[in-house]
Design a protein around this ligand. Structure first.
Ligand code: S3P
Length: 174
């Protein structure tokens, strides 16, 4: 079983993914971290020096690689993955995908200054610009996120509750 967590930057895919993998005794893969490790560079530098398309192609090759790999895993994707080419079709053909849905306001209030700084698309925006950018960008991406096999409303739910919910859905589908 492969569980893909998808959703907007800062919605909690990586931290939830790590805990979910532990609870389900599955391997955990964080796509952003894997790319940084392999490239030996921070995402912001990959964007700056190689460009977004290069980064998106790296993401796609990791999805292809993980799709072909054996074993159960929880995969935290980058926020832009679903909106690139046919990534959602590929993801849904090999596993279950969960869209962790939060509003721009919720995400903005959770993001640390460092969390903003390390994301090339959010860097340099002031508080007002941040929410405005996220609202617009999220609206463009929502149709792709909604292609997930499951949509999870995250507001007011703790990580433990989200994990319990995701595991119950997986169990039902087995
Ligand atoms: C991006 C999201 C980031 C990272 C890169 C681009 C995006 O991942 O892949 O900064 O376009 O939404 P997170 O969703 O883990 O922040």
């Amino acid at each position: 079983m492969k569980i893909f967590l998808i959703g907007y930057m800062g919605c909690g895919k990586s931290s939830l993914g790590k805990k979910l993998a532990k609870a389900a005794n599955m391997q955990f893969v964080d796509m952003d971290s894997l790319i940084e490790e392999r490239e030996g560079a921070a995402i912001s530098d990959i964007f700056r020096y190689e460009g977004e398309e290069y980064f998106r192609n790296l993401e796609r090759s990791i999805i292809d690689e993980l799709s072909a790999a054996d074993g159960d895993m929880v995969i935290s994707t980058g926020g832009g993955v679903p909106a690139w080419r046919d990534n959602m079709a590929k993801i849904n053909s090999v596993g279950e995908s969960f869209y962790l849905r939060r509003t721009a306001e919720q995400i903005a209030s959770r993001l640390s200054p460092r969390g903003r700084q390390k994301r090339p698309k959010l860097r340099g925006l002031n508080d007002e610009e941040l929410v405005a950018f996220m609202r617009e960008n999220m609206a463009e991406r929502e149709p792709y996120y909604m292609q997930a096999t499951h949509c999870v409303e995250c507001a007011e739910r703790s990580d433990a509750e989200l994990i319990e919910y995701i595991l119950s859905v997986i169990k039902k589908n087995e």
